[in-house]
Design a protein. Sequence first.
Length: 266
Amino acid sequence: MSAIRLGVIGWPIAHSRSPDIHNAALSAVRLRDWRYQLLPVPPALFGEVVAALPGAGFRGVNVTIPHKEAALTCAAQTSETASAIGAANTLTFLQDGGIIADNTDAPAIAAVLPPTIAGGSALVLGAGGSARAAVWSLWKAGAAEVRVWNRTAARAEALCEALGGSAARQADPADVLINCTAAGLGNGEDAFSQLPLGADELTRYGCVVDLVYAPGGAPIARAADQRGVAVVDGLEILVRQGALSFAGFTGVQAPLEVMRSAARAR
Ligand code: NDP
């Protein structure tokens, strides 16, 4: 019998930990005929490849940079969350040929927010796709105040107009700080030189959620941890969004602890 296939589409995608995480989960729940693989697909081929995947035995795919917006438009059905955010990270292929687009980044972020966010305040750094998911999740979790700072201020203003919140020019204290920027990831740059706050100012936040993950730990999560601030790192968000996608693809509850161990094994 040929394998039932899942995968992650991105460009580039070689660095992705999703195959490790999902194959460990498939094995743990004894879905022995299922395989999860990398799908390196450049933007120009995205629509064509997605259309061909169900015929090649695929039940679903995760979608990452730079395809999350294209993923929304290629599906006949979109979840309320994906439509509100304007981006999808999960495509599920139905038996009748239909495609459902969903966004599991947002509920994954909502799941890790501390209880203090209900009626509390948050500062989101960034205004890209993951920042939109973060703002959506903050409102869902009952935040009373959401501020958004971005290097390109006009994008923060546009995000707030679409999803609510106010654009910030500086980093005021808040109950939760969510980093959704790629600051510090390239060319050995100092992350804080590109942000509106220094490492010591992280202590002005009750909890720091850093969506970024990097070998050896991402700079903002590391700095917050060193200063005794409660931290949720990008690998935990990756595992949580993957677990929600896994359950949607397979109909089986995801083994969260197995996925967590696989994510941190390398
Ligand atoms: P986008 O490309 O949509 O947005 C990138 C954001 O980062 C923009 O706000 C951009 O600002 C900002 N940015 C980029 N470079 C710098 C810099 N040098 N200094 C300051 N700001 C910068 O990406 P996403 O929102 O999809 O992803 C953002 C990060 O979150 C990525 O590192 C991604 O890997 C991670 N992520 C992790 C997930 C997980 O599961 N852990 C899920 C989703 C994302 P500007 O508008 O000015 O260009």
